[in-house]
Design a protein around this ligand. Structure first.
Ligand code: NI
Ligand code: MN
Length: 227
């Protein structure tokens, strides 16, 4: 069993059977809907979808305190290595086997700037993650992205998917329904909405629109989902 905990916005963590903690897009302190301080978060691996502030804001303090390995695109990994952190660079389409499973970077259509001090020059492609966990379950975090026809390639490969529905900076609910159709996960969890007024959305309306395409789990910050 893997325990997924949602921390609001796009931030989540996975705890495996072996007690490993994987944190995706750590955004705690400045996250207006987050219940946690970064000081209270455990991490063995930190996965970063892209360099925008609302996805990497707390990556450095979390990695410094825990010694966690940062998994990200080559450019973000190079930036983090320059800050003295342990990194594992990937690039789109490339996977690596970790103690908890196999992680592959998936394409995302979005902005690539690294919004941390001295981040200029590390602009990169944004990404999502496909994680084949050791317990056989397959988890996908789409990152920040518009609808991509390439999402069809994930069909049959995902049990639980997190997809953005906020609109404005990512897919909105209508395109997110298309993404669910393309990816065909068993379970979909909407993310990247209701953090601030510009990305307010009605998750219940999204759930209704998804209908029988997938089971929709609406999570509020602090909620857990076991799979
Ligand atoms: Ni972004
Ligand atoms: Mn974002």
């Amino acid at each position: 069993m893997t325990r997924l905990t949602f921390h609001g916005h796009s931030t989540c963590s996975l705890e495996t059977d072996d007690g490993l903690h994987i944190v995706i897009d750590p955004f705690f302190g400045d996250n207006p809907v987050c219940e946690l301080s970064v000081d209270d978060v455990e991490a063995d691996f930190i996965l970063l979808t892209h360099g925008h502030f609302d996805h990497i804001a707390d990556a450095i303090p979390l990695a410094e305190r825990t010694g966690a390995t940062i998994v990200a695109t080559f450019e973000i990994a190079t930036y983090m290595e320059g800050k003295g952190l342990t990194v594992s660079p990937h690039h789109i389409g490339g996977g690596v086997t970790y103690p908890f499973g196999y992680v592959k970077l998936t394409p995302a259509l979005h902005g690539g700037i690294v919004e941390l001090p001295d981040g200029e020059g590390f602009t990169t492609l944004p990404a999502g993650f496909l994680i084949n966990l050791n317990n056989g379950k397959r988890f996908h975090h789409a990152g920040d992205t518009g609808l991509l026809n390439d999402m069809r390639l994930l069909k049959g490969m995902v049990d639980v998917a997190m997809v953005p529905i906020g609109d404005r900076f990512t897919m909105g609910p209508d395109d997110a329904v298309k993404a669910v159709e393309f990816i065909a996960p068993n379970v979909v969890i909407p993310i990247h909405y209701n953090t601030w007024p510009p990305i307010e959305q009605d998750a219940e309306a999204f759930k209704a629109a998804v209908g029988s395409l997938a089971q929709v789990e609406i999570m509020t910050p602090g909620d857990t989902y076991d799979f």
